[in-house]
Design a protein around this ligand. Structure first.
Ligand code: MG
Length: 250
């Protein structure tokens, strides 16, 4: 990578944390409580969920259950609040070490760097994203982002995140100055569609070979080696306190 990114966006599931299927269980419970159809999501495997947006998943599950779209739309607010309530309960119930290797150290390091903003780019509903990060006190690193509440499609979520940060910094941010860290082929495709660079990590459900075959700009098994991770993130040659990053010098 030529210059350090100005905005680093992180996916959540499989990249920052492993929620051990809490989202999927909450979805099953919400469909069961709202439509009496908890069975429909049960046969879907974890890979099917990975990298998709919550709105897309909800809609697909409803369609496969034969729930008419008018009924789905009419009861969507109920479904969503039920999902969030069950997600909150599930995250409390299944506590454990779920922050993925190296994540906290990298976030601490990057948040201390001048001229670098951190954000989220996730298919989770915003409230669900915040719930998933809250037990590990990770929300403090991410003032904003693009969330699954904004769109069905992940690349649209990336554009939403970019616009929000442009408003925050009061000027344009070139897509090439944005780096996405993610664990699925959907992350890579969305980053490409947005013109972002992408660092893929092997901490999710996608096999290393498969994710590498999609040609991310960089790939790491995980973020545990800080020096390697910083290098892969594009900060390898930038020492703390050595002056503004390259994109600010011109
Ligand atoms: Mg993910």
């Amino acid at each position: 990578m030529k210059s350090a990114p100005r905005l680093v966006l992180f996916d959540i599931d499989g990249t920052l944390i492993d929620a051990y299927g809490a989202g999927r269980r909450a979805l099953e419970e919400a469909f069961s409580l709202t439509f009496d159809r908890g069975d429909v999501a049960r046969h879907l495997d974890a890979v099917w969920f990975a990298g998709k947006t919550d709105l897309f998943i909800f809609q697909e599950v409803a369609a496969s259950a034969g729930i008419p779209s008018w009924e789905y739309e009419r009861r969507y607010a109920e479904l969503e609040s039920c999902y969030l309530e069950r997600l909150r309960a599930g995250l409390v119930q299944h506590s454990g070490k779920r922050v993925l290797p190296g994540v906290e150290a990298i976030l601490e390091e990057l948040s201390g760097r001048e001229g670098v903003a951190l954000g989220l780019m996730t298919g989770n509903l915003e409230a669900g994203a915040r719930l998933k990060l809250e037990p590990w006190k990770l929300n403090r690193f991410f003032p904003s982002g693009g969330f699954g509440s904004a769109a069905l499609d992940r690349s649209e979520i990336g554009i939403v995140a970019l616009k929000r940060y442009e408003r925050r910094v009061g000027g344009p941010i070139a897509p090439a100055d944005v780096l996405l860290v993610g664990d699925t082929l959907h992350d890579i495709a969305a980053a490409r569609a947005c013109g972002f660079r992408v660092l893929a990590v092997g901490t999710g459900w996608t096999g290393a070979e498969e994710i590498r075959s999609a040609s991310p700009d960089r790939y790491l098994d995980d973020l545990s080696e800080s020096a390697a991770a910083l290098d892969a993130l594009g900060f390898g040659t930038l020492e703390r306190g050595s002056g503004p990053p390259a994109w600010r010098r011109s």
